[in-house]
Ligand binder design. Structure first.
Ligand code: SF4
Length: 336
């Protein structure tokens, strides 16, 4: 680890670490001592979707290895510019399930709030890489409109904070939101889908634990981890802190070609998650978003991988293979 990376991780708050994230492919290549020949393609991908990687995440990559499984999740490549049939700008048609700013209501009994348009990291495979976050967040008037909308939907028992990454919002804002939600009687659970504790483990602060566990709503966090190398000691300790504070902790993974598309890679990930008090929950087939076709795995290959995984791991360490289908009222399970 370079001095610059060590100092960023050891001396900065999570907000400072967010603001110093690497935002140019040439910087990422230089830090990791990678060939300059990768830059031309990286710039083309970067023009489609900006590069963004905090030092805390880079610290877990192997220097000099262009095939590092963490690097491949964040380094833009020219394949992202290809137009591939079936890969679209809004693969889940979320823009059709958007009753008011910052609200996505596409599941029965649950509803998503887009709390922050920002992410700590820009994952190249992200299904929301083209989603108009800027116009679609809980800010100003839309905050109260969203609360009023939820009050009227009495069948909703769970609110899912999503994004971007909801934990990119300040603790003050999140506390206000959770307090307002806790006053709605029919709500029982607050679920947060986030990659921040994995990317910048310092995000798990005492202040965060206060608003998250000091509410009558049952707190659930679904972290997003794709490879065992993402879980170093700092990440494991942040996750254990959440678990010991009473948070139910689950993980979702996206199956990605060249990154985690083998039973061994997934078994390693499941074991590492379990050691950090997290249960594997979902294994997603890639959402067919424009620019991510090079990560795609066929359904049949995914089924074979999961079958092999079942032979290697106890049932509680085998995530459920699912796909999201636009218009369906929940995730669609894929039998194996
Ligand atoms: S929404 Fe999640 S997957 Fe997409 S870029 Fe942000 S952190 Fe990555």
């Amino acid at each position: 680890m370079t001095n610059q990376i060590a100092s960023d991780i050891n001396s900065k708050t999570w907000q400072e670490q967010l603001s110093t994230a690497v935002s140019h492919p040439s910087e990422l290549l230089a830090i990791l001592d990678l060939p300059g020949g990768l830059l031309a393609g990286a710039l083309k991908g970067d023009a489609e979707f900006k590069t963004r990687v905090p030092y805390a995440y880079i610290s877990r990559m192997e220097s000099g290895n262009p095939n590092d499984p963490l690097l491949k999740q964040v380094l833009p490549v020219d394949d992202e510019t290809l137009d591939v049939s079936g890969f679209t700008m809004d693969p889940l048609s979320e823009q059709d399930s958007n009753p008011s700013n910052g609200v996505i209501h596409k599941y029965k009994g649950r509803l998503l709030l887009i709390v922050s348009g920002a992410c700590a990291i820009n994952c190249r495979f992200c299904f929301r890489r083209h989603f108009p976050y800027g116009d679609n967040q809980l800010a100003g008037e839309s905050f109260q409109q969203a609360i009023d909308y939820i009050k009227k939907q009495e069948d909703i028992h769970e609110v899912i904070l999503s994004g971007g990454d909801p934990l990119a919002a300040s603790d003050k804002r999140l506390k206000k939101l959770v307090e307002a939600l806790a006053e709605i009687e029919h709500l029982k659970t607050i679920r947060i889908h986030t990659r921040l504790p994995i990317v910048i483990p310092d995000r798990v602060t005492a202040e965060m634990l206060n608003w998250l566990t000091g509410t009558r709503l049952k707190p659930v966090i679904v972290v997003h981890t794709n490879h065992a190398s993402e879980i170093d000691n700092n990440v494991a300790s942040a996750l254990r802190k959440l678990k010991r504070s009473g948070v139910t902790l689950l993980n979702q993974t996206v199956l990605l070609k060249g990154i985690n598309d083998s039973a061994d890679a997934l078994a390693n990930l499941s074991h590492k998650l379990f050691q950090a008090d997290v249960l594997p929950y979902y294994l997603h087939l890639l959402d067919k978003v424009k620019g991510a076709a090079h990560f795609d795995i066929s359904e049949q290959k995914a089924q074979n991988i999961v079958r092999e995984l079942m032979a290697q791991c106890p049932g509680y360490l085998v995530p459920k293979l699912v796909r999201e289908i636009a218009g369906e009222p929940g995730k669609t399970s894929i039998s194996v």
